[in-house]
Design a protein around this ligand. Structure first.
Ligand code: ARG
Length: 233
């Protein structure tokens, strides 16, 4: 086996589910863009590594990381206790939370309290899915319908196949901004969640680079710049 020439930058494969604006979305040229991508690119530049993005289903990201198919997850992934047992997370890089959305003409569901007996659409493997499972086990929600992509969950609301959707607030807002008059957000956010980049358990070398880069990108003001120049979906 040959070792890399001195000074050659390592390339890390980054897994993401890129139908999750404004965090990741495929642009008209077929490139993965968005806040997560901008931020990780800035971190990579600061730390002297290269990244290559791989668009895949969200539920497959942790398995892909564990088997070594990808090196980093950058996918609006919430840091949860359960996932901490499967991957190592960077320091949190943004705060979001779950929100409830319903079809635009629905006046019946105003909050989680009105979900008794209802069908709820979510993204497979997401924290929205986990919240829906909690509400189902508590005897509130009657049925969960899960989809690989958020836009498919929204589509299900549109055709009347589900009464409500639980999804990350900024993402639901981005979809509403892109396509007004279809769904609306109701009630207060269900919780507060922090997103982190994930690496394989024990990959401390890469984790330290990501954390150091994140700190530098924040200190330089680049982080704030990226946040104010979020891509329009
Ligand atoms: N924040 C939520 C979670 O961690 C949803 C993330 C979905 N991300 C995506 N790129 N589709 O479960």
């Amino acid at each position: 086996e040959e070792s890399a020439p001195a000074g050659e930058m390592p390339t890390y494969i980054v897994g993401t589910e890129a139908q999750f604006p404004p965090f990741e979305i495929v642009d008209s040229k077929g490139n993965v863009v968005g806040f997560d991508v901008d931020l990780l690119n800035a971190i990579a530049e600061d730390q002297g590594f290269k990244v290559q993005y791989l668009d895949q289903d969200f539920a497959g990201l942790i398995p892909a990381l564990q088997t070594g198919n990808i090196d980093i997850i950058a996918s609006g992934m919430t840091i949860t206790e359960e996932r901490e047992g499967e991957v190592d997370f960077s320091e949190p890089y943004i705060t979001a939370g779950l929100a409830l959305a319903v079809p635009i003409n629905n006046e019946e569901i105003q909050s989680v309290d009105d979900l008794k007996g209802k069908t709820v659409a979510v993204q497979t493997g997401s924290t929205g899915f986990m919240k829906a499972e909690e509400l189902k086990e508590a005897g509130v929600i009657a049925k969960i319908k899960d989809f690989p992509h958020v836009n498919e969950a929204i589509e299900e609301l549109k055709i009347g196949g589900a009464d409500a959707m639980i999804n990350d607030l900024p993402v639901t807002e981005a979809f509403i901004a892109a396509q007004p008059g279809v769904i609306k957000i109701v009630g207060e956010p269900l919780n507060s969640e922090s997103y982190g980049f994930a690496v394989r358990t024990g990959n401390t070398e890469l984790l330290q680079k990501i954390n150091a880069g994140l700190e530098n990108v924040k200190a330089s003001g680049e982080y704030d710049e990226l946040l104010t120049n979020l891509p329009k979906y």
